[in-house]
Design a protein around this ligand. Structure first.
Ligand code: GLC
Length: 712
């Protein structure tokens, strides 16, 4: 390992500043003389500055990584290796379900598995750091990036981000299959107003500390080595130059000691936010706020030296930032081996390997949510005459956003996976008017219609918000046309967000929500439709009845006038819509039926020294073995600031064989009841609490208990 303090002392101020610059890979391998009139000119930086940069954004594979690293080391004066970073969000080449789907498995060990596999493939490709996990809590399905996070609940976000960070980083960053995790986007990017991408975020410190921080905290508690700042403002100040967020909330409250990196140009964009006057002002504000690496823009390269020479910025701030970057490179072992785990052969052996494909299938199978299954339409029996329809039945576009390196031509289609099970008729056309008479005749003879439809990959993800996240008109019309045949319809949804299904829910007999399941989508869907997999997913975002309800989330406040069921009363309701979602947070059906017994508590009074033990019996009363995620919610009946009507405090996913009974037990401690009070203190209060246990945020059994301080 290098002595990084000695390395720091050996650097010139230009070399130090270079370590805080992150540039795209082509700058290092193109003929920069030609580039000078191209992107370089736009950035107005010199070739010397390029070869002083500390890290690279994005990389095209092991060969390119070696080419860039070699070119760089040949020209750099200090010979400190480049660190290579990329977006490895839900898989590298073997693509896993999007994180919103993985979260729907309610199985953090699968999140860890997915990230571990992704890290092994990415590191063999020459990547050292991933810009993941994305832990932005969101309550608004209009936002395109909900697919990238874990949904509307802080505890679930915490546990999933914790698990993914562990998966990426392993036991040590020196390990061959480990890459450093960069949790993002700090902070509260998921709270963009109206779900419109890059829009204003205006939330209170109460909301930030009690809800929106939880996911980032999970990753940081798991040791994430980097944090990426978000595009949005917090309290009117862009996160990238927000000293309160980066030094007080991140470094002090969350005890983060790693590297802070901006999002792409988010430092420069503070000029657009009109909180920075020019690039010199950006550099001055950013370094003082606590930004270490500037991604893509180059205000540090151009202005930091002068700011230090003008005594506007203390050299100490530069040294602290550079030391954090050098420490990360050192912990990755880059000083000893600039190529770390890069290996063309190893990458070839890992990508799409049986082990990795099996892992992807395992995660996909538990990520599927069964939302409706009237008359036991599912599972299908082999040999039934299936009419397999829809835009998504014969395409490899099932990987989802942020799967750049995934190969869609190698992604099995649902049609190909289902063919051995008996596809009698198939068509991707979602309009009966375009069907020939013969097609219609054949279609009407089917035993069951499986309609695979939803959103294109390009309809969610970054810069892809939808003002109207509903089923498309033509899809709704098509389903109504099909309904007229009187044949059971199974709707398989492939989409990047909760969709308003109100128009179609009564016209179909079963609904299977898959989001984007990645490389093994087709096999996972097929195995589920035919009962080889008993679906066990549960929603982690509420599905609205109408767009007008958004933002809609289960852990809402009670208000002073909670709706009392009377739409003539002066209470909180809509004249033209229910308050409740179409499908609630935590909801998901199984092919079997689970029965919940009476909820038992160890005492009606608990204390810090005598935590509450909650237990109940859950019976699998059906004909199939299956997973059930038993959820524990708590309602604080009097708190210093208003708290949610109920909030998830724990969950357990249990496998129960058919006919068997499992005892499920939780221990509730005061730590789980802490919240940030109006004075900023993170503490708990004495008082009464409703303890509720069940299969979703609304299907619950409850009991009231009291919490008191321990008597002296
Ligand atoms: C993008 C995204 C961020 C990503 C980064 C690098 O704009 O906001 O999530 O990691 O740029 O690609």
């Amino acid at each position: 390992m290098a002595n990084i303090k000695k390395v720091l002392a050996s650097l010139t101020i230009d070399e130090k500043i270079g370590q805080l610059a992150q540039l795209p890979p082509f700058f290092f391998i193109k003929d920069l003389k030609k580039e000078v009139s191209g992107p370089l000119a736009k950035l107005s930086i010199t070739e010397e500055q390029v070869f002083s940069a500390g890290s690279v954004l994005g990389i095209g594979g092991p060969e390119e990584m070696k080419q860039v690293q070699d070119a760089y080391l040949a020209k750099s004066t200090h010979k400190i290796p480049l660190m290579f970073m990329a977006d490895v969000i839900h898989g590298y080449k073997t693509i896993f379900p999007v994180p919103l789907a993985i979260a729907s498995s309610w199985n953090p060990s699968l999140a860890k598995l997915a990230s571990k596999v992704a890290a092994a493939e990415a590191s063999s490709s020459g990547i050292h750091v991933t810009y993941a996990p994305m832990a932005d809590l969101s309550r608004d399905p209009r936002w395109g990036r909900v697919m990238e996070g874990y949904g509307e609940d802080g505890l679930l976000a915490y546990r999933m981000a914790f698990a993914m960070t562990e998966g990426f980083q392993g036991e040590s960053l020196l390990a061959e299959d480990s890459i450093a995790a960069c949790v993002k986007h700090f902070a509260a990017y998921g709270a963009v107003e109206a779900g419109r991408e890059y829009n204003t975020v205006d939330i209170s410190r109460y909301a930030l500390f009690n809800y929106f921080l939880k996911g980032y905290q999970g990753a940081i508690d798991a040791g994430a080595r980097l944090v990426m700042t978000s595009f949005n403002t917090f309290e009117g100040k862009p996160a990238t130059t927000n000293e309160y967020l980066l030094r007080h909330v991140l470094r002090e409250f969350l005890n983060f000691k790693g590297v802070v990196i901006s999002d792409y140009d988010s430092a420069l964009e503070t000029i657009e936010h009109r909180t920075s006057l020019d690039q010199r002002d950006v550099a001055n504000q950013a370094i003082k706020a606590g930004l270490d690496i500037e991604m893509a823009s180059t205000t540090y390269l151009k202005h930091l030296k002068q700011l230090i020479q003008d005594k506007v910025v203390p050299l100490k701030l530069l040294d602290e930032a550079v030391l954090r970057v050098l420490e990360l490179k050192n912990d990755l072992g880059l000083f000893e081996n600039p190529y770390k785990s890069m290996s063309v052969e190893k990458e070839k052996s890992l990508v799409y390997s049986h082990a990795h494909m099996d892992a992807a299938l395992k995660v996909s199978l538990e990520s599927i949510v069964l939302l409706k299954n009237a008359n036991q339409t599912l599972p299908l029996k082999k040999g039934v005459k299936i009419a397999l329809l829809g835009s998504h039945h014969n395409t490899g576009q099932l990987l989802g956003p942020w799967s750049w390196h995934g190969d869609r031509t190698l992604t099995q289609t649902i049609q190909s996976a289902m063919t051995p099970y008996g596809v009698y008729f198939s068509s991707a056309v979602e309009d009966l008017e375009q069907y020939s008479k013969e097609d219609l005749r054949r279609l009407k003879k089917a035993d069951v219609i499986v309609l695979c439809t939803g959103e294109l990959e390009s309809m969610s993800g970054e810069a892809h918000s939808r003002a109207n996240p509903v089923m498309f008109k033509h899809q709704t019309e098509f389903i109504k046309q099909l309904k007229a045949f009187g044949i059971p319809i199974v709707l398989v949804l492939v989409n990047g967000r909760p969709i308003v299904l109100t128009e179609v829910v009564s016209h179909v007999d079963a609904i299977v929500e898959t989001y984007f399941l990645g490389t093994q989508s087709a096999l996972a869907i097929t195995k589920t439709l035919f009962g080889e997999n008993n679906p066990s997913g549960k929603l982690t975002m509420s599905f609205p009845r109408s767009v007008g309800q958004i933002p809609l989330y289960y852990n809402h406040l009670n208000t002073g006038r909670p709706f009392n069921g009377d739409k003539k009363s002066y209470t909180s309701f809509y004249l033209d819509e229910d308050n409740e979602p179409l499908f609630p947070f935590g909801f998901g059906l199984s092919y079997t039926q689970f029965q919940y017994g009476t909820i038992n508590v160890s005492s009606s009074l608990f204390t810090p020294k005598k935590p509450l033990v909650i237990s109940l019996l859950v019976k699998n009363a059906g004909l199939l073995d299956g997973f059930e995620t038993v959820q524990l919610y708590v309602s604080d009946l009097k708190s210093e600031v208003a708290l949610p009507v109920r909030e998830l405090k724990d969950f357990k996913k249990v496998w129960i064989k058919k006919g068997k009974v499992e005892k499920v037990e939780f221990t509730l401690t005061v730590d789980q009841l802490k919240y940030v009070h109006s004075n900023g203190d993170l503490t708990w209060d004495e008082g009464e609490f409703v303890i509720a246990v069940g299969s979703s945020s609304v299907h619950l059994k409850s009991v009231t208990v009291a919490l008191k301080k321990d008597s002296k």
